[in-house]
Design a protein around this ligand. Sequence first.
Ligand code: NAP
Length: 496
Amino acid sequence: MLTGKHLIAGQWVGGDETFTNEPVSGPADSFARGTVADVDQACKAAEEAFWSFGYSTEAERAAFLREIATQIDARGDDITHMGVKETGLPAARLEGERGRTVGQLRLFADHIEAGDYLDVRHDPALPDRAPLPRPDIKLKQRPIGPVAVFGASNFPLAFSTAGGDTAAALAAGCPVVVKGHSAHPGVSDIVAQAIDAAIKVCGMPPGVFSQIQGGNRAVGQAVVQHPLIRAVGFTGSLAGGRALFDLCAARPEPIPFFGELGSVNPMFVFDSALSARGIEIASGWAASLTMGAGQFCTNPGIAVLQEGAAAEAFVTAASEALEMVAPQAMLTEGIASAYRIGTAQLAGSAGVRQVLATTGGVREATPQLFQTTAQAFLQDPALGEEVFGPLGLVVTVESPEERMALARSLHGQLTCTLQIDEADHEEARRLMPVLERKAGRVLANGFPTGVEVCDAMVHGGPYPASTNFGATSVGTLSIRRFLRPVSYQNMPDTLG
Ligand code: NAP
């Protein structure tokens, strides 16, 4: 079922050095460790493929995307089996994520067939205009060339080998070089086999897709620095994303780095909603915080409430709901260790009270709940940093002014949530201009986990939520990251 190799331009390539995955249970599997030479070969093949793939028709690329989806579904059981083994995520979650992954491949097929993505504009010639005539000018979007994609550990399918970045780049006409994530090399291997099969069925150039397995940080660094790579799609941690972003900016020819990074996704519970349904919101919050062992970039880690009896009832209800959640395996031992460190740091912070402390096994996450005041939060920026896992921090405010000050102090976020009833609307309206500047998505009376893949979705936000606040990594708008507008002046229709 596994090749244990890289896929480079249609060839399965091994190597002298190997690394293994870290299964939650069962024997480990061995994979070729990537090298800088593998990266160079894949990038050269991608550039070569661009000269035909970049000029393929929308119908050809749509058929290719749909065939990848079919080939992934054909390997569904193997993918789920390997995903459970490598990540500890439940089978149902992985099946759902596979549905999302094939769904977004098919959505991009429909999207490019509709043609609007080219954003064609035309200013016809005005030969008699005074004092100067106007030339005929047409604009359309063109694919940028080979794109590097880095998957995230927490979405082994939807943000990985054939995930949203790969789907968007291929839809645009850009060949892709994936740096496989070392947390799930087995899933990446099987999905690459599906793409390889689709390349053959559709007669695409083999360099249109390559995957270099990791196990070596030099691979990721070499990919972003390779002169033939034109842009990078990245989903992962702030530290990793920032390191690679800096490498992209320092290249002799800098390239865009579309990094989707971490976020604490604050939730503002307004007074009327808190009094009327605080207990219900608290239990919904606990469920959202602990979903997937809290390993979601849209995990609503911070709840902001007006201090008082209703806030205390909210904290009690949230704590009781969180205590009921069983320990869950984390994606890797490294992530589990980072969670323990983040929890201990918060527990030791001035002005922070630990409401719920639970313990589990070495690679397990158990819920933790903390409480602090806006005053302490405003004094210590570390309290606003993401702890990746099922951890919640309740911040109480003394007044609407303090809530506003707290909102203004926030870093860029993927999401901000409002819990509001009718009577809260006026107060919430005052906060909206601040939240719009802070987040890519602002939502009311729901929870941010669960990102719909559609035309109107923005999954991004000001730094550090992402490195490019004008872009989204989810939804059809994400194709624009891999297109570049070109104007054609007085150009015969046969040429441009
Ligand atoms: P990660 O540790 O940053 O890894 C992402 C990828 O980057 C991996 O392939 C990794 O290589 C590589 N990498 C990291 N640092 C590098 C460096 N200095 N040089 C070269 N390559 C480097 O992130 P993760 O653990 O997969 O994901 C967890 C984080 O991602 C969380 O903070 C979460 O909030 C965030 N996340 C964000 C989103 C979003 O949409 N914004 C979605 C999911 C997750 P290795 O394989 O060698 O580790």
